[in-house]
Design a binder for this molecule. Structure first.
Ligand code: ADP
Ligand code: MG
Length: 650
């Protein structure tokens, strides 16, 4: 074996050892091993991986293995404490420097730094140059600087932070240039280019892992009353932890109040709250004192709470990137979780308004406004289309995928392909006849005319004399709307998004109206019943709707199988799981840390499967490293032994 291979093998062994010893995991996730190896080899890296994919380990493991101290630049000081707590729990010395520390704690941390006590130091970007970190660290080498949430350096990203622009200068000021690792979940080309350039990465290993999160279910709903839909959903998911995102502070207030008045343990979060309340509410959520967080998009970056079971968007975000990042906060521990978007046309109008007239629109150039409008269009497309939602998301991130995932609302609603040419022609004619009278209206009015409404509004304007009045009297409004939406989607009609959005003919309208082109679309079956969930999970694929997935060629069939596996959560004894959770809660409370810092839900589930009765068996549980085994092994195995003995007796 030559020296290069040998070096690599040693590095791999070291990395594996740390993975088990400290973090309690036996296998790397996609991309982790390559990134760790590149860092250990001395290279810069750029890791583009979805939220929850496990970016932290990619730099924490090298930090354990390398001489000196790894500096982690992270945007949210309020969360550094939790990240450091989690490392300390795993047996890795770490500290943070930010304004929340009082004088004594600050001095204490500096002392520890000077003595080389820590493997990792978390720091906010604002402090890098100001605090003259170098003078504090003295001779201790800095082998690695990590820039977490690296997209914050880019104007094109969604969380631009001017202070991130100082990072390159900080790195240049270091005596020996460290390796630089940039981590982000944002994958667009513009943002990636900015990261490379503005952080001055040197020939980095740039690794983008698949963006698919198989444990997440994606859904889009159009409830006529969002509040009722939400209450109904939460009632079915009582006790589970979740986030409800709203687009404005006002809406956050309303929804939080609504939930509390219905007896749900909900907290609120937005930038308009006093710091104290905001932090307090965030802690209530992280420490599971409140199960539901109602928040604007100000909440969440850097939140590593792993047991979030659902993320509901009460309003549609401005773009798919933000949506995927926010939704991706569900199911970080790999457990099944749901991401649901409540769509309404109103959301599109509000977002358009914010982009074109919003607070920061004036300082921004037209190009950026246009760019953002284009992104909004794609988001709207996601919400209103009829194709597999997962494939739409992945397509946005440049990944191809089969058009059937079996785990989204589009795939779970049975669609039928219908020839809607006649209906389409009727709808287009109606718009055409209105145009002849120099009038244009929104969807609802068009539908009313087609269905022959005799309302005052219609009669007073004489629309009941239009030749298209009542020509679709026997079609449901819902169905006309669905066809109208498809005509808009496919550019046979256009929507003028003014104050009162109105529908116009498009250059393409003629293809159907006069050239007799047919219009075939996929529409939900009338009164479609949801297929039994079992069908996609049965493992055989036999329950899949005909012609989907398996007929899709190799790629399709393969992916469907993979998804079935991912969903095939092992059944566990819920009684025992509850007991383990209660024990975890007590220990977390005593230790002053969030529950998930003690053990993730995934680890507790693995305990239910492996039923470890002694320390050695306990070490085999996923998520149990040596320090946690020593700290918690006895109490957890005692509980499990007692539980099993009780069960014997019954
Ligand atoms: P990201 O920063 O990419 O959003 P994190 O680093 O916070 O994600 O990791 C998300 C979750 O995945 C954490 O709970 C972490 O413990 C878990 N995790 C990371 N790597 C592994 C692995 N190799 N095996 C099992 N769990 C892992
Ligand atoms: Mg992270």
């Amino acid at each position: 074996m030559n020296g290069v291979d040998e070096g690599r093998m040693n590095r791999e062994q070291d990395a594996k050892r740390v993975l088990k010893e400290y973090f309690g995991f036996t296998a790397f996730r996609p991309g982790q091993e390559e990134l760790i190896d590149a860092i250990l080899e001395g290279r810069d890296v750029m890791a583009v991986m979805p939220t929850g994919a496990g970016k932290s380990l990619c730099y924490q493991i090298p930090a354990v293995l390398m001489e000196g101290i790894t500096v982690v630049i992270s945007p949210l000081i309020s969360l550094m404490k939790d990240q450091v707590n989690a490392l300390v729990e795993a047996g890795i010395e770490a500290a943070y420097l930010n304004s929340s520390l009082d004088g004594a704690a600050y001095a204490e941390t500096l002392r520890g730094l000077a003595q080389g006590q820590y493997r990792l130091l978390y720091i906010a970007p604002e402090r890098l140059l100001r605090d003259d970190l170098l003078a504090q660290i003295g001779d201790i080498p800095i082998p690695l600087v990590v820039v977490d949430e690296a997209h914050c350096v880019s104007q094109w990203g969604h969380d631009f932070r001017p202070s991130y622009l100082q990072i390159a200068a900080f790195i240049r000021s270091l005596h020996d240039r460290p390796r630089v690792a940039a981590c982000t979940a944002t994958a667009t080309t513009k943002v990636k280019e900015d990261i490379l350039r503005l952080l001055d990465l040197k020939e980095p290993l740039s690794l983008t892992t698949g963006f698919d999160r198989q444990n997440l279910y994606f859904g889009v709903e159009r409830p006529s009353h969002k509040s009722e839909a939400l209450l109904e959903y939460l009632a079915k998911h009582r006790g589970q932890s979740g986030i409800v995102y709203c687009s404005t502070r006002k809406r956050v207030e309303e929804v939080a109040e609504l939930l509390c008045s219905h007896g749900f343990a909900a907290a609120r979060y937005h930038a308009g709250l006093e710091d104290r309340e905001r932090h307090g509410n965030q802690d209530d959520f992280i420490y599971d004192r409140k199960t539901i967080m109602v928040a604007t998009n100000a909440f969440g970056m850097g939140i590593d709470k792993s047991n979030v079971s659902f993320v509901i968007h009460y309003n549609m975000p401005k773009n798919i990137e933000s949506y995927y990042q926010e939704a991706g906060r569900a199911g970080r521990d790999g457990e099944k979780a749901e991401c649901i978007l409540y769509y309404s046309g109103q959301d599109v109008r509000i977002n358009t308004f914010l982009i074109t007239n919003g607070a920061d629109a004036e300082e921004r150039d037209d190009e950026l406004v246009q760019h953002n409008l284009e992104l909004l269009k794609q988001m709207t497309f996601y919400a209103t289309g009829s194709e597999c939602l997962r494939s739409r998301l992945l397509a946005y991130f440049g990944e191809s995928s089969p058009h059937y995932c079996g785990n989204c609302s589009a795939c779970n609603t049975l669609y039928e392909e219908i020839d809607a040419t006649v209906e389409a022609r009727k709808i287009l004619s109606c718009v055409y006849r209105l145009k002849e009278r120099n009038r244009a209206f929104g969807k609802t009015m068009i539908i009313d005319i087609l269905r022959g409404s005799k309302s005052e509004k219609i009669r007073s304007q004489g629309f009941d004399t239009l030749s298209t009045w009542g020509i679709m009297a026997d079609t449901t409004a819902q169905r006309i709307r669905a066809i109208l939406d498809r005509l808009l989607d496919q550019g046979y009609l256009v929507m003028d998004e003014g104050e009162y959005p109105v529908v116009h003919l498009a250059p393409r309208s003629g293809e159907i109206l006069t050239e007799k082109k047919s219009f075939v679309v996929k529409l939900p079956r009338p009164q479609a019943e949801k297929p039994e969930k079992v069908s996609a999970r049965s493992g055989s694929g036999a329950g899949l709707p005909i012609g989907l997935g398996s007929a899709d060629g190799q790629g399709g069939a393969f992916s469907v199988t993979k998804i079935i596996e991912a969903q095939d959560a092992r059944p566990v004894d819920e009684d025992l799981l509850e007991k383990l959770k209660a024990l975890r809660r007590d220990l977390a409370r005593k230790g002053g840390v969030p529950s998930y810092v003690v053990f993730s839900d995934a680890a507790l589930r693995d305990m239910c499967v492996k039923l470890p009765e002694n320390r050695d068996a306990f070490l085999a549980v996923s998520g149990v490293g040596e320090v946690k085994q020593k700290k918690y092994g006895d109490v957890f195995t005692a509980l499990i032994r007692e539980y099993l003995a009780d069960r014997e007796r019954d």
